[in-house]
Design a binder for this molecule. Structure first.
Ligand SMILES: Nc1nc2c([nH]c(=O)n2[C@H]2C[C@H](O)[C@@H](COP(=O)(O)OP(=O)(O)OP(=O)(O)O)O2)c(=O)[nH]1
Length: 131
């Protein structure tokens, strides 16, 4: 059986990346991640990302190219990240399901307490931000 997919959105505006802080479950509350979630049956990966960004942030996004390699999460589960942008650059994402949201620039990316899988993506995220 092929692995179930979690998609993550690397939403960039100017020189900043949008990160969000998990509120639950307790084991990972306080850790930072990219917006996203499970791809549901019948959905494409970009469709899942657009749906998750509406659910989690209340904004529409346009989905671009893949960022970094697939990151295995656990048996039969893999994280795939895509570059994304706010469809309306003036829109203000809201933390509808998370504790906090932050636009992060440059080296500050390295200072967040990311989920372990996301740490593997930091080089690719820096490259996406152009530094
Ligand atoms: N969204 C997201 N999930 C991530 C990232 N890194 C990472 O390890 N994960 C893991 C955490 C969770 O085990 C899983 C995604 O869970 P989720 O709770 O966001 O997904 P979902 O909204 O579809 O949740 P569910 O109700 O179906 O469980 O992927 C990331 O950057 N973004």
């Amino acid at each position: 059986m092929s692995a179930r997919v979690i998609v993550g959105a690397a939403i960039v505006r100017g020189d900043a990346l949008l990160a969000q802080q998990r509120a639950y479950p307790p084991e990972v509350a306080g850790r930072w991640e990219l917006p996203g979630g499970r791809v549901e049956p019948g959905e494409t990966e970009p469709e899942a990302l657009r749906r998750e960004c509406v659910e989690e942030l209340g904004v529409e996004v346009t989905v671009g190219d893949r960022v970094g390699a697939d990151v295995p999460l656990r048996a039969n589960l893999v994280l795939k990240v895509y570059a994304a942008a706010l469809a309306d650059p003036a829109a203000r994402p809201k933390a509808l399901e998370h504790k906090d949201l932050r636009w992060i620039t440059g080296r500050a990316l390295d200072d967040l307490r990311w989920l372990p899988a996301d740490l593997e993506l930091l080089p690719a995220l820096h490259e996406l931000l152009g530094r």
